[in-house]
Design a protein around this ligand. Structure first.
Ligand SMILES: Nc1ncnc2c1ncn2[C@@H]1O[C@H](COP(=O)(O)OP(=O)(O)OP(=O)(O)O)[C@@H](O)[C@H]1O
Ligand SMILES: [Mg+2]
Length: 593
């Protein structure tokens, strides 16, 4: 397998061939070679037994015509035994293919999930969650259906075609005439059918992804939808997309309805009867042979009928394989750098002529600064000036386009990614909590933490008191995305989480929050506790916080326009003075840039 860049890696994942969807599916299949072999074997026996029944019915007929004799008994015995064999092998065939299909579904889902965890933030920033989810559920399940019943039916019907053909040839070679004409017709129409169905299948699945992405987005942003009274608009939008989805199914139905082979089968069936009777009349074959022949020809009905359905599921499966592989094969630009430096961080952070931008547009320009271990740094600047972006470069969520970010004098790219990130804690502007208990949320990143450690961290983060005010305390389950907690509460839980992992560098994106003064005091205290003994970056609009920082970075439109201590900046920087606009009565009032 070629080397792929990734941020995360699981050792035990089987190496699959990802060069094309077909090879990928095959490599999944070949992981369990005994199952498809067993299926084919059972299917061969199954179809032979079925053909045998038809042959012996014909033979019995001849026997009856000759007059009632005891010779009929062994013929009937063969028929009964064949029927039993057919039943048993049918069981084995279905069992093996079902096992195979379930395993492939499981393996593909695991492979897909791991590949999502491997991807960089740049990838996830661009992808819609609902679409990724639809690939993990709908498309992965389509792979399952492709094997069972899809591929199983194709194998089975191919055999249900080939074995009777051989048997017919053995009855009398000239009986092959009509079946061969029918075959040519069947192949041509099947190819045509597939060609017409493929684009519809693919479009159907794309639309499904789009639909679930939309639903996911609306449900996540339901508060925004409601407060803007946009329910009606969103509903219409969703319904019109759902209609498109429906239309693809109708289109598929029309293609299926125009399915010629069934008609061809009916015509051929009549022709073959005529042909058989003609051969009997001219004395070439017996009447029993005609009956056996017609019994065998009848199996083509199953082949014809089922090919409509089985090709459809395989078509769907292949389209899904394409969609899943597309995500798995997306290259990410960061790699985990397993050989990189792995050691304790002291906390020195240095930006050396750093330029960075998303999708081409520069967001950070020529950033230069150097921070000593243990310092508390405030980053200030107007909205959109690049504060959050700047901190994202420290833990290598992104790499700079030009220049380098050095941690303890070592380029971030030369660190082992896991070692680097595990020592840098991030408290987001918009804190994310999982729908788990508060305890689990605090211990996220350090599952082995003891109860005392968790409580201690919560106390330092000024969170213990309000957690205890909940009926279930630390066992309170946080609602989806933490909506049952206030912004300030979520932030303090995030601080507790950060304290528990005892990071060497702490980044606190505190630029939103307008909170009441009591909560503000508590958060201040929490942040002060958190910033002890480690390098801390605080993005903030709160003047008191800026004031007690050891160093201040002033950003404006992606440029570092000033840096220094509060006193220095008050002296030298016009930009910085603007931030502290003092209004009458000496009240520190606001933040302007
Ligand atoms: N994922 C992204 N993709 C593309 N552009 C982005 C992305 N994130 C941020 N930007 C852009 O980069 C610029 C800087 O954004 P950033 O989030 O760093 O600002 P900020 O200083 O943190 O602002 P705020 O105070 O509002 O949080 C903005 O113009 C924003 O539009
Ligand atoms: Mg920000």
């Amino acid at each position: 397998m070629e080397t792929v860049l990734r941020e995360f890696h699981v050792e035990y994942i089987h190496a699959y061939d990802r060069k094309s969807p077909i090879r990928w599916i095959l490599s999944h299949l070949l992981r369990y070679p005994h199952l498809p072999l067993l299926m084919v074997f059972a299917s061969v026996v199954n179809n032979t037994a079925y053909g045998n029944i038809q042959l012996y019915i014909g033979k019995s007929f001849d026997q009856v015509l000759k007059g009632p004799t005891g010779a009929l008994l062994p013929l009937i015995l063969v028929i009964v035994l064949s029927a039993v064999l057919q039943g048993l092998t049918g069981l084995v065939r279905n069992y093996s293919v079902e096992t195979l299909a379930q395993r492939i579904e499981r393996d593909c889902r695991e492979e897909y999930y791991v590949s999502l965890l491997e991807k960089s933030q740049t990838f996830h920033g661009k992808q819609r969650v609902g679409d990724l989810m639809s690939r993990a559920t709908y498309d992965v399940h389509a792979l399952n259906l492709m094997f069972s019943p899809g591929l199983m039916l194709i194998v089975d019907s191919s055999l249900a075609y080939a074995i009777p053909m051989i048997m017919i040839a053995r009855l009398h070679l000239s009986l092959l005439l009509v079946p061969l004409i029918f075959t040519v017709f069947l192949v041509i129409t099947l190819l045509d059918y597939n060609r017409r169905l493929e684009p519809v299948s693919l479009a159907q699945q794309e639309q499904n992804g789009k639909l679930s992405a939309e639903a996911e987005e609306i449900l996540t942003g339901i508060l925004t939808v409601k407060s803007n009274v946009q329910e009606k608009y969103e509903l219409e939008k969703f319904l019109s997309d759902a209609r498109v989805f429906r239309d693809y199914f109708i289109q598929q139905g029309i293609i299926q309805a125009r399915y010629w082979p069934m008609l061809a089968f009916a015509v051929s069936w009549g022709m073959s009867l005529l042909h058989g009777l003609y051969l009997w009349r001219t004395g070439v074959i017996s009447l029993g042979t005609v009956i056996g022949f017609m019994g065998l020809f009848n199996t083509f009905r199953f082949v014809t009928y089922i090919s409509l359905f089985s090709f459809n599921t395989v078509q769907h499966g292949m389209a899904s394989a394409k969609r899943i592989l597309e995500i798995i094969n997306t290259q990410t630009e960061l790699d985990q750098n397993l050989q990189g430096v792995r050691k304790k961080i002291e906390g020195e952070v240095e930006f050396d002529t750093v330029f960075f931008g998303y999708n081409g547009a520069l967001v950070l320009k020529r950033i230069n600064f150097s921070i000593e271990p243990g310092m508390t740094v405030a980053i200030v600047g107007g909205t959109g000036s690049g504060k959050t972006t700047l901190t994202r470069l420290i833990n290598r969520t992104f790499d700079p386009l030009v220049g380098s970010v050095r941690i303890d004098g070592i380029d971030a790219r030369d660190w082992n990614l896991e070692s680097l990130r595990s020592q840098i804690a991030f408290i987001e502007q918009d804190v994310f909590l999982f729908s788990r208990t508060i305890r689990e949320n605090i211990a996220f990143g350090r599952e082995e933490a003891t109860e005392e450690e968790i409580v201690h961290a919560a106390e330092l983060a000024q969170a213990h008191e309000f957690i205890c005010s909940f009926k279930e305390g630390y066992d309170t389950v946080v609602g989806d995305r933490g909506v049952t907690l206030s912004g300030g509460q979520r932030q303090r839980i995030a601080i507790a989480r950060a304290l528990l992992t005892d990071p060497r560098i702490l980044i606190l994106d505190d630029s939103t929050s307008a909170i009441d003064s009591r909560t503000e005091d508590e958060i201040q205290k929490a942040i002060r506790n958190a910033s002890l003994n480690r390098t801390t970056f605080i993005i903030t609009h709160r003047l008191s916080q800026i004031r007690w920082a050891d160093w201040i970075l002033v950003l404006k439109k992606g440029e570092l326009v000033a840096q220094g201590t509060h006193e220095e900046l008050m002296e030298t920087s016009e930009e910085y003075r603007k931030i502290f606009s003092i209004v009458p009565r000496g009240k520190v009032y606001g933040f302007h840039t």
